[in-house]
Design a protein around this ligand. Structure first.
Ligand code: HEM
Length: 214
């Protein structure tokens, strides 16, 4: 972990551009959001191509989530995410996802071996931002599925709906990120943590592009 002493100061960058001093005073969440925007759009499009149609290919959507979360959650657990952010429920959310997959596919998916994806605290915070933020997208998907009266919502929505009534975790996380107020190299490390989550998701989504499996 990088300590306060000996921290090198470097201008924050978004998409490779050094931020102006006014932009540097922007809060952590807007800076992170700007940093992941292009990746989010790319991932969103890839998942849309792989899974969205009539009906939504929920099995494939959950398979993509599991291929990514089966790597990211154990890596975050090993990196001490629950110590940094008490109450973090990544492991039980992964279990909910696996229960949905048993419901839809009939068997429990394999988890892959743990990789050391997030070696510093800054990267863990960035990864938590990406992972917890993805729950906002899940709310959108759930509403879409409910509007289409898809009966799978009743059977296999443990993961997508996981603690969706719990409005506390996201504002708490955002408040922690703002309080940390990482700048320079610390912000870069945090942004890399978030980008790594998107990288794992993109690889998982691309692996599952192809003919729809219903
Ligand atoms: C097809 C799948 C997805 C859709 C349709 C989607 C859609 C959305 C939407 C609509 C929001 C804004 C919600 C709001 O402000 O109330 C959002 C936020 C967010 N999503 Fe996604 N998302 C998807 C997948 C993901 C995934 C897999 C990740 C992470 C790897 C992710 C990361 C984020 C983050 C970090 C935010 C919060 C951005 C902020 O700070 O405001 N999303 N998503």
């Amino acid at each position: 972990m990088r300590g306060a002493a000996g921290r090198r100061r470097r201008p924050d960058t978004v998409a490779g551009h050094a931020l102006t001093s006014r932009e540097c005073h922007t809060g952590t969440r807007p800076r992170l959001r700007a940093r992941i925007a292009a990746l989010h759009t790319r991932l969103d499009r890839t998942i849309e191509t792989a899974c969205f149609g009539e009906p939504l290919d929920l099995r494939r959507l959950l398979t993509i989530h599991h291929a990514a979360l089966g790597v990211i959650v154990p890596a975050l657990e090993q990196a001490g995410a629950a110590r940094l952010f008490p109450g973090w429920d990544g492991c039980s959310r992964l279990s909910a996802l696996e229960a949905d997959m048993v419901e839809l596919c009939g068997d429990s998916p394999r988890r892959v071996s743990i990789e050391r994806l997030f070696p510093s605290e800054q990267e863990v915070w960035g990864a938590l931002y990406a992972l917890e933020g993805s729950r906002l997208g899940n709310q959108v998907l759930l509403r879409r599925m409910a509007e289409h009266g898809n009966d799978l919502v009743q059977r296999a929505a443990r993961f997508l709906a996981y603690r969706s009534e719990d409005a506390v975790a996201w504002p708490c996380l955002v408040a922690r990120l703002e309080a940390l107020d990482y700048r320079g190299d610390d912000f870069e490390a945090m942004a890399h943590g978030a980008e790594r989550v998107f990288g794992v998701y993109l690889m998982a989504a691309q692996r599952h592009l192809g003919p729809k499996c219903r």
